[in-house]
Design a protein around this ligand. Structure first.
Ligand SMILES: [Zn+2]
Ligand SMILES: [Zn+2]
Length: 172
């Protein structure tokens, strides 16, 4: 990691009350270079970067950094969780059903209207987790290469059941 970048990342960790370690810095860098990566992919990147690091150390670092709000974990139904360092803006995601490529998409309308659930049932809502499923342009046009990520889990449920919306996303 370039020294300047690691100094900046170290300062961010400290500000969030996270003890700075080489593993955590490497995990932050790996996620920032490969947004929406799985833990496996981050593990590979960190190992290529640092050499001898245990898989458990990488997974522990991911958990700590996510718990402290430095990373965001996205859990697409039927696929391994993915990580990104774009946190705090409640953006959503598009996933291609064919190649599983995931991209960011800003909130559907305006700032964060989806935080206003159609029926809040008295809950104090602070996050709307929305994943749009479909096919990416490359897969639609047939120019996509092999799947980037193999699902290690059973096939995902039917489209009607695989939405991960935590509450209704009101379309205005
Ligand atoms: Zn695709
Ligand atoms: Zn994202």
């Amino acid at each position: 990691m370039p020294l300047e970048a690691s100094v900046r990342t170290a300062a961010i960790l400290r500000r969030h009350g996270v003890h700075v370690t080489a593993q955590r810095l490497a995990v932050m860098r790996a996620v920032s270079e490969r947004p929406h990566s799985t833990a496996d992919e981050i593990d590979k990147a960190v190992r290529a970067d640092l050499g001898a690091v245990s898989r458990q150390a990488v997974y522990d670092a991911l958990t700590t950094l996510t718990d402290k709000g430095l990373l965001r974990r996205i859990r697409p139904a039927g696929y391994p969780a993915r990580y990104e360092d774009r946190v705090g803006d409640n953006h959503h995601h598009l996933i291609c059903r064919t190649c599983t490529r995931m991209v960011d998409v800003d909130c559907a309308v305006g700032a964060t209207p989806c935080l206003t659930a159609a029926d809040e049932s008295g809950y104090e809502v602070d996050e709307a987790e929305v994943i749009y499923w479909g096919r990416c342009p490359e897969c639609v046009s047939g120019t996509s290469v092999a799947p980037a990520i193999e699902s290690t889990q059973p096939p995902p449920p039917k489209p009607s059941q695989r939405t991960t919306k935590k509450e209704k996303d009101r379309r205005v």
